[in-house]
Design a protein around this ligand. Sequence first.
Ligand SMILES: NC(=O)c1ccc[n+]([C@@H]2O[C@H](COP(=O)([O-])OP(=O)(O)OC[C@H]3O[C@@H](n4cnc5c(N)ncnc54)[C@H](O)[C@@H]3O)[C@@H](O)[C@H]2O)c1
Length: 382
Amino acid sequence: MTTVLVTGGAGFIGSHTVDLLLARGYRVRILDALLPPVHRGGQPPDYLPADAELLVGDVRDRAALRRALEGVELVVHLAAYQDYLTDFSRFFDVNATGTALLYELIVNERLPVRKVVVASSQAVYGEGKYRCPRDGVQYPPLRPESQLRAGQWEVRCPACGRPMQLCPTDEAVVNPHNQYAMSKHAQEMIALNLGQRYGIPTVALRYSITQGPRQSFRNAYSGICRIFVTRLLAGRAPVAYEDGRQLRDYVSVEDVARANLLALEDPRADYQAFNVGGGQAVSVLEYAALAAEVLGVDIPVQVPGEYRFGDTRHIVSDIGKLQALGWQPQTSLRQIIADYAEWASRQPDLQDYSERAEQVMKAVGAVRRAAVLPAPAGSRLC
Ligand SMILES: NC(=O)c1ccc[n+]([C@@H]2O[C@H](COP(=O)([O-])OP(=O)(O)OC[C@H]3O[C@@H](n4cnc5c(N)ncnc54)[C@H](O)[C@@H]3O)[C@@H](O)[C@H]2O)c1
């Protein structure tokens, strides 16, 4: 029986991947540090299946990672540090150095690992891909603070300053704008480079915003589904940043788990990066309206004109490359929200943590307020 190591396997995407691996007949070992705030009190979550072996340890701990790799043929590397806070070095320590250590052990100890799948992120694209009517395809930089302070939300052409049309972003060009995104891109480069150099088939998957049951509501710094649903369940209005017209694509955790399995099993994926997204552009306002409809409440979204400096205006992944290997997102956004709400409302310690997270983000300067609020102007895909 083939043994698969899933790092971060006690987490949200990890646990769904573990379930699917077990269902497909793999033997599964998990290496997870069971970190708060995702894991309360450092305890293993009750959804972890008994037939997966759990090793509690950190991917940066050489001895723990070596133990976890014993007898392993396949690795799904999901453990990562992800947040909005200012401990910048930790992103690289966990996400980049941890990945380099994985390959270091495989290479130096000649371990018989046949394949590694690493979790990357849509965040590596920053503001993504646009088309300027005059200057053609553009990959714009971060919007300047002065623009956001003035409430001018849309991205403009870096060459001529004109409005541009958003394009679905394919895998060709990355343009990371924050420490998390840079660390995920570094992780990808380390994995694909070392994989190629030492003949260890490696695949990097750039997930879009992933949603579904088991996404911890204690870590409320990101994740529109958990934030909007927990607020609506508590009878409070969801709050949209900027003007709420930001476009995103959302993918279900089950669809991401299937993508992980495909990447693990299909040699056509080797040594490449793929987007894993929902295939549909949805604005934050549309999301809020859909969430309220699914939950059967009449609570309109609030748009107070706040923004997070460093946020992407719009980002929608082009998923054609992975679709060409036979993968399709199968779960609608309506179903994702319903599944999450059903799971969240069954949790005994369900609380609206968003207020506290907002306060922390404001204290560290991540959330700011625009001085001027202009009339909204939307953007659609090219
Ligand atoms: N959830 C998303 O929307 C999303 C989007 C893009 C990419 N990703 C990537 O997918 C992967 C999984 O994310 P998730 O949403 O399941 O997160 P999660 O926080 O639910 O799970 C991550 C797991 O990794 C563990 N972990 C963290 N640091 C560790 C360390 N140093 N050593 C060992 N274990 C550690 C945590 O305890 C947790 O169980 C991450 O690499 C993340 O960057 C997630």
